[in-house]
Design a protein around this ligand. Sequence first.
Ligand SMILES: Nc1ncnc2c1ncn2[C@@H]1O[C@H](COP(=O)(O)OP(=O)(O)O)[C@@H](O)[C@H]1O
Ligand SMILES: [Mg+2]
Length: 287
Amino acid sequence: MEETLAKLDAELVGLTPVKRRVREIAALLLVDRARQKFGLSSSRPTLHMSFTGGPGTGKTTVALRMAEMLHALGYIRKPKVHTVTRDDLVGQFIGHTAPKTKEAIGRAVGGVLFIDEAYYLFRQENERDYGQEVIEILLQEMESERASLVVIFAGYSDRMDTFFSANPGLSSRVAHHIAFDDYTHAELIQIADLMMVAESFRFDDAGRDAFSEYLALRMEQPRFSNARSVRNAIERCRLRQAKRLVELQRPLTKDDLITITKDDVYGSSVFDSAKPQGDGADADETG
Ligand SMILES: Nc1ncnc2c1ncn2[C@@H]1O[C@H](COP(=O)(O)OP(=O)(O)O)[C@@H](O)[C@H]1O
Ligand SMILES: [Mg+2]
Protein backbone atom coordinates (compact mmCIF):
# COMPACT_ATOMS: atom_id res chain seq x y z
CA MET A 1 0.00 0.00 0.00
CA GLU A 2 2.89 2.36 0.79
CA GLU A 3 4.17 1.58 -2.68
CA THR A 4 0.93 2.75 -4.26
CA LEU A 5 0.86 5.91 -2.17
CA ALA A 6 4.48 6.66 -3.07
CA LYS A 7 3.67 6.14 -6.75
CA LEU A 8 0.76 8.55 -6.44
CA ASP A 9 3.05 11.18 -4.91
CA ALA A 10 5.74 10.70 -7.52
CA GLU A 11 3.68 10.51 -10.68
CA LEU A 12 1.24 13.32 -9.93
CA VAL A 13 2.27 16.95 -9.58
CA GLY A 14 0.34 19.00 -7.02
CA LEU A 15 -3.09 17.61 -6.03
CA THR A 16 -2.16 18.01 -2.37
CA PRO A 17 -5.76 17.88 -1.04
CA VAL A 18 -6.48 14.78 -3.15
CA LYS A 19 -3.35 13.01 -1.92
CA ARG A 20 -4.25 13.91 1.66
CA ARG A 21 -7.77 12.46 1.25
CA VAL A 22 -6.40 9.27 -0.28
CA ARG A 23 -4.06 8.86 2.71
CA GLU A 24 -6.96 9.45 5.10
CA ILE A 25 -8.99 6.74 3.40
CA ALA A 26 -5.97 4.42 3.49
CA ALA A 27 -5.58 5.02 7.23
CA LEU A 28 -9.28 4.36 7.84
CA LEU A 29 -9.13 1.07 5.99
CA LEU A 30 -5.91 0.00 7.63
CA VAL A 31 -7.47 0.52 11.05
CA ASP A 32 -10.60 -1.31 9.92
CA ARG A 33 -8.42 -4.25 8.92
CA ALA A 34 -6.58 -4.22 12.22
CA ARG A 35 -9.90 -4.18 14.11
CA GLN A 36 -11.09 -7.19 12.12
CA LYS A 37 -7.96 -9.07 13.21
CA PHE A 38 -8.95 -8.51 16.83
CA GLY A 39 -12.45 -9.68 16.04
CA LEU A 40 -13.94 -6.26 16.73
CA SER A 41 -17.20 -6.26 14.87
CA SER A 42 -18.18 -3.50 12.53
CA SER A 43 -19.87 -3.39 9.15
CA ARG A 44 -17.86 -3.19 5.97
CA PRO A 45 -16.88 0.46 5.48
CA THR A 46 -18.65 2.21 2.62
CA LEU A 47 -16.14 2.62 -0.15
CA HIS A 48 -18.16 4.27 -2.91
CA MET A 49 -16.74 7.64 -3.89
CA SER A 50 -17.17 10.68 -6.07
CA PHE A 51 -14.30 12.37 -7.91
CA THR A 52 -15.26 15.84 -9.03
CA GLY A 53 -13.31 18.27 -11.17
CA GLY A 54 -12.63 19.46 -14.70
CA PRO A 55 -11.23 17.37 -17.54
CA GLY A 56 -7.57 16.36 -17.29
CA THR A 57 -7.27 16.98 -13.55
CA GLY A 58 -6.17 13.40 -12.79
CA LYS A 59 -9.46 11.70 -11.81
CA THR A 60 -8.94 8.59 -13.94
CA THR A 61 -5.31 8.28 -12.86
CA VAL A 62 -6.19 8.53 -9.17
CA ALA A 63 -9.01 5.97 -9.65
CA LEU A 64 -6.42 3.47 -10.89
CA ARG A 65 -4.22 4.09 -7.85
CA MET A 66 -7.26 3.86 -5.59
CA ALA A 67 -8.11 0.44 -7.08
CA GLU A 68 -4.54 -0.71 -6.43
CA MET A 69 -4.77 0.49 -2.86
CA LEU A 70 -8.16 -1.14 -2.19
CA HIS A 71 -6.80 -4.33 -3.67
CA ALA A 72 -3.63 -4.22 -1.57
CA LEU A 73 -5.83 -3.85 1.52
CA GLY A 74 -8.03 -6.74 0.48
CA TYR A 75 -11.26 -4.81 -0.14
CA ILE A 76 -11.49 -5.77 -3.81
CA ARG A 77 -10.34 -8.94 -5.60
CA LYS A 78 -8.65 -7.27 -8.57
CA PRO A 79 -6.87 -3.92 -8.91
CA LYS A 80 -8.94 -3.03 -11.99
CA VAL A 81 -11.07 -0.08 -13.03
CA HIS A 82 -13.89 -0.56 -15.52
CA THR A 83 -14.79 2.85 -16.97
CA VAL A 84 -18.26 3.48 -18.36
CA THR A 85 -20.41 6.40 -19.48
CA ARG A 86 -24.16 6.69 -19.98
CA ASP A 87 -24.06 4.94 -23.37
CA ASP A 88 -22.56 1.81 -21.81
CA LEU A 89 -25.40 1.54 -19.31
CA VAL A 90 -28.56 2.93 -20.86
CA GLY A 91 -30.36 1.01 -23.62
CA GLN A 92 -32.21 2.54 -26.57
CA PHE A 93 -35.41 0.59 -26.03
CA ILE A 94 -37.56 -0.61 -23.20
CA GLY A 95 -36.07 -3.73 -21.61
CA HIS A 96 -32.55 -3.06 -22.89
CA THR A 97 -31.23 -1.02 -20.00
CA ALA A 98 -31.21 -3.58 -17.19
CA PRO A 99 -29.19 -6.19 -19.14
CA LYS A 100 -26.74 -3.54 -20.29
CA THR A 101 -26.21 -2.18 -16.79
CA LYS A 102 -25.89 -5.68 -15.35
CA GLU A 103 -23.33 -6.58 -17.97
CA ALA A 104 -21.24 -3.52 -17.05
CA ILE A 105 -21.53 -4.36 -13.38
CA GLY A 106 -20.54 -7.94 -14.19
CA ARG A 107 -17.38 -6.75 -15.86
CA ALA A 108 -16.47 -4.45 -12.99
CA VAL A 109 -17.29 -6.89 -10.23
CA GLY A 110 -14.40 -7.55 -7.88
CA GLY A 111 -12.93 -4.17 -8.80
CA VAL A 112 -13.96 -0.57 -9.39
CA LEU A 113 -16.78 0.67 -11.61
CA PHE A 114 -15.86 4.21 -12.71
CA ILE A 115 -18.86 6.13 -14.06
CA ASP A 116 -17.58 9.12 -15.99
CA GLU A 117 -19.88 12.15 -16.34
CA ALA A 118 -22.33 10.35 -14.10
CA TYR A 119 -24.89 13.20 -14.25
CA TYR A 120 -25.87 12.18 -17.78
CA LEU A 121 -27.63 9.21 -16.18
CA PHE A 122 -30.22 11.54 -14.75
CA ARG A 123 -32.49 13.64 -16.91
CA GLN A 124 -34.75 15.70 -14.77
CA GLU A 125 -36.90 16.84 -17.70
CA ASN A 126 -37.71 13.29 -18.70
CA GLU A 127 -39.43 11.10 -16.10
CA ARG A 128 -39.43 8.10 -18.40
CA ASP A 129 -35.72 8.26 -19.10
CA TYR A 130 -34.05 4.85 -18.89
CA GLY A 131 -31.19 6.41 -16.89
CA GLN A 132 -33.46 6.19 -13.84
CA GLU A 133 -33.45 2.42 -14.17
CA VAL A 134 -29.64 2.40 -14.14
CA ILE A 135 -29.63 4.46 -10.96
CA GLU A 136 -32.03 2.02 -9.27
CA ILE A 137 -29.92 -1.01 -10.22
CA LEU A 138 -26.75 0.72 -9.05
CA LEU A 139 -28.40 1.65 -5.80
CA GLN A 140 -29.33 -1.99 -5.10
CA GLU A 141 -25.81 -3.08 -5.92
CA MET A 142 -24.26 -0.39 -3.72
CA GLU A 143 -26.51 -1.15 -0.78
CA SER A 144 -25.83 -4.83 -0.78
CA GLU A 145 -23.74 -5.91 2.23
CA ARG A 146 -21.89 -8.50 0.22
CA ALA A 147 -21.05 -5.83 -2.33
CA SER A 148 -18.00 -6.88 -4.26
CA LEU A 149 -17.88 -3.68 -6.23
CA VAL A 150 -16.71 -0.15 -5.51
CA VAL A 151 -18.44 2.57 -7.53
CA ILE A 152 -16.74 5.88 -8.29
CA PHE A 153 -18.88 8.66 -9.79
CA ALA A 154 -16.89 11.26 -11.71
CA GLY A 155 -17.56 14.56 -13.45
CA TYR A 156 -17.64 18.35 -13.21
CA SER A 157 -18.32 19.38 -9.63
CA ASP A 158 -21.31 21.70 -10.19
CA ARG A 159 -23.21 19.12 -12.25
CA MET A 160 -22.31 16.37 -9.78
CA ASP A 161 -23.77 18.48 -6.96
CA THR A 162 -27.04 18.75 -8.88
CA PHE A 163 -26.96 15.03 -9.67
CA PHE A 164 -26.48 14.05 -6.03
CA SER A 165 -29.14 16.43 -4.73
CA ALA A 166 -31.61 14.95 -7.20
CA ASN A 167 -30.61 11.43 -6.10
CA PRO A 168 -30.27 11.50 -2.31
CA GLY A 169 -30.32 7.69 -2.15
CA LEU A 170 -27.13 7.51 -4.19
CA SER A 171 -25.56 10.39 -2.39
CA SER A 172 -26.02 8.74 0.99
CA ARG A 173 -24.16 5.66 -0.25
CA VAL A 174 -21.15 7.72 -1.34
CA ALA A 175 -18.82 7.97 1.61
CA HIS A 176 -15.91 9.88 0.13
CA HIS A 177 -16.17 12.99 -2.00
CA ILE A 178 -12.83 14.04 -3.46
CA ALA A 179 -12.46 17.35 -5.31
CA PHE A 180 -9.84 17.87 -8.03
CA ASP A 181 -8.84 21.48 -8.65
CA ASP A 182 -7.73 22.91 -11.97
CA TYR A 183 -3.95 23.18 -12.16
CA THR A 184 -2.07 26.45 -11.93
CA HIS A 185 0.24 27.56 -14.72
CA ALA A 186 3.27 26.60 -12.59
CA GLU A 187 1.86 23.11 -11.95
CA LEU A 188 1.17 22.61 -15.65
CA ILE A 189 4.81 23.45 -16.43
CA GLN A 190 5.93 20.88 -13.85
CA ILE A 191 3.54 18.35 -15.39
CA ALA A 192 5.04 19.08 -18.81
CA ASP A 193 8.56 18.50 -17.47
CA LEU A 194 7.49 15.21 -15.91
CA MET A 195 5.87 14.03 -19.15
CA MET A 196 8.93 15.09 -21.19
CA VAL A 197 11.33 13.17 -18.93
CA ALA A 198 9.10 10.10 -19.08
CA GLU A 199 9.38 10.16 -22.89
CA SER A 200 13.13 10.93 -22.96
CA PHE A 201 12.68 14.48 -24.24
CA ARG A 202 13.69 17.85 -22.87
CA PHE A 203 13.08 21.52 -23.60
CA ASP A 204 16.09 23.74 -24.16
CA ASP A 205 15.87 27.02 -22.23
CA ALA A 206 14.20 29.00 -25.01
CA GLY A 207 11.93 26.04 -25.69
CA ARG A 208 10.70 25.96 -22.09
CA ASP A 209 10.06 29.71 -22.11
CA ALA A 210 8.09 29.32 -25.32
CA PHE A 211 6.08 26.45 -23.83
CA SER A 212 5.33 28.56 -20.78
CA GLU A 213 4.00 31.32 -23.06
CA TYR A 214 2.04 28.73 -25.02
CA LEU A 215 0.33 27.44 -21.87
CA ALA A 216 -0.58 30.92 -20.67
CA LEU A 217 -2.39 31.52 -23.97
CA ARG A 218 -3.92 28.05 -24.20
CA MET A 219 -5.34 28.22 -20.66
CA GLU A 220 -7.48 31.17 -21.74
CA GLN A 221 -8.94 29.37 -24.73
CA PRO A 222 -12.04 27.18 -24.95
CA ARG A 223 -11.85 23.44 -24.24
CA PHE A 224 -8.70 23.72 -22.18
CA SER A 225 -8.30 20.36 -20.39
CA ASN A 226 -5.54 20.79 -17.83
CA ALA A 227 -2.91 18.03 -17.93
CA ARG A 228 -4.56 16.40 -20.96
CA SER A 229 -3.99 19.58 -22.98
CA VAL A 230 -0.35 19.55 -21.85
CA ARG A 231 0.04 15.99 -23.09
CA ASN A 232 -1.56 16.86 -26.44
CA ALA A 233 0.59 19.97 -26.82
CA ILE A 234 3.77 17.96 -26.21
CA GLU A 235 2.70 15.45 -28.84
CA ARG A 236 2.28 18.23 -31.37
CA CYS A 237 5.69 19.69 -30.44
CA ARG A 238 7.13 16.27 -31.20
CA LEU A 239 5.48 16.26 -34.63
CA ARG A 240 6.99 19.66 -35.43
CA GLN A 241 10.37 18.57 -34.06
CA ALA A 242 10.34 15.49 -36.31
CA LYS A 243 9.51 17.59 -39.35
CA ARG A 244 12.28 20.06 -38.48
CA LEU A 245 14.84 17.31 -37.95
CA VAL A 246 14.03 15.50 -41.18
CA GLU A 247 14.39 18.73 -43.09
CA LEU A 248 17.89 19.28 -41.63
CA GLN A 249 19.28 16.77 -44.14
CA ARG A 250 22.29 15.88 -41.98
CA PRO A 251 23.17 13.11 -39.54
CA LEU A 252 21.23 13.63 -36.31
CA THR A 253 22.86 13.66 -32.88
CA LYS A 254 21.32 12.29 -29.71
CA ASP A 255 20.95 15.90 -28.59
CA ASP A 256 18.95 16.74 -31.73
CA LEU A 257 16.63 13.84 -31.02
CA ILE A 258 15.80 14.68 -27.43
CA THR A 259 15.54 18.47 -27.65
CA ILE A 260 12.34 20.44 -28.21
CA THR A 261 13.23 23.99 -29.25
CA LYS A 262 11.25 27.21 -29.33
CA ASP A 263 10.55 26.71 -33.05
CA ASP A 264 8.79 23.43 -32.26
CA VAL A 265 6.56 25.32 -29.82
CA TYR A 266 5.98 28.54 -31.76
CA GLY A 267 4.68 26.52 -34.71
CA SER A 268 1.40 26.15 -32.79
CA SER A 269 -1.61 28.04 -34.09
CA VAL A 270 -2.29 29.12 -30.50
CA PHE A 271 0.21 31.91 -31.22
CA ASP A 272 -1.67 32.89 -34.33
CA SER A 273 -3.42 35.94 -32.86
CA ALA A 274 -4.91 36.89 -36.22
CA LYS A 275 -7.30 33.97 -35.88
CA PRO A 276 -10.39 34.19 -33.68
CA GLN A 277 -10.05 32.35 -30.33
CA GLY A 278 -12.27 29.36 -31.05
CA ASP A 279 -10.25 28.63 -34.16
CA GLY A 280 -6.99 28.63 -32.29
CA ALA A 281 -8.27 26.04 -29.84
CA ASP A 282 -9.59 23.85 -32.65
CA ALA A 283 -6.27 23.89 -34.42
CA ASP A 284 -4.65 23.10 -31.08
CA GLU A 285 -6.59 19.84 -30.90
CA THR A 286 -5.57 18.75 -34.39
CA GLY A 287 -2.17 20.16 -35.15
N1 LIG B 1 -1.04 15.99 -11.40
C1 LIG B 1 -0.61 15.39 -12.51
N2 LIG B 1 0.70 15.20 -12.72
C2 LIG B 1 1.14 14.59 -13.84
N3 LIG B 1 0.35 14.14 -14.82
C3 LIG B 1 -0.98 14.31 -14.67
C4 LIG B 1 -1.53 14.93 -13.52
N4 LIG B 1 -2.88 14.95 -13.63
C5 LIG B 1 -3.17 14.37 -14.80
N5 LIG B 1 -2.04 13.97 -15.43
C6 LIG B 1 -1.98 13.32 -16.75
O1 LIG B 1 -2.93 13.95 -17.59
C7 LIG B 1 -3.66 13.02 -18.37
C8 LIG B 1 -5.14 13.15 -18.07
O2 LIG B 1 -5.39 12.73 -16.73
P1 LIG B 1 -6.70 11.90 -16.32
O3 LIG B 1 -6.41 11.16 -15.07
O4 LIG B 1 -7.18 11.11 -17.48
O5 LIG B 1 -7.70 13.11 -16.03
P2 LIG B 1 -9.30 13.12 -15.89
O6 LIG B 1 -9.73 11.69 -15.70
O7 LIG B 1 -9.57 14.00 -14.72
O8 LIG B 1 -9.82 13.71 -17.16
C9 LIG B 1 -3.08 11.67 -18.03
O9 LIG B 1 -2.13 11.38 -19.03
C10 LIG B 1 -2.41 11.86 -16.68
O10 LIG B 1 -1.31 11.01 -16.54
MG1 LIG C 1 -11.03 10.70 -17.08
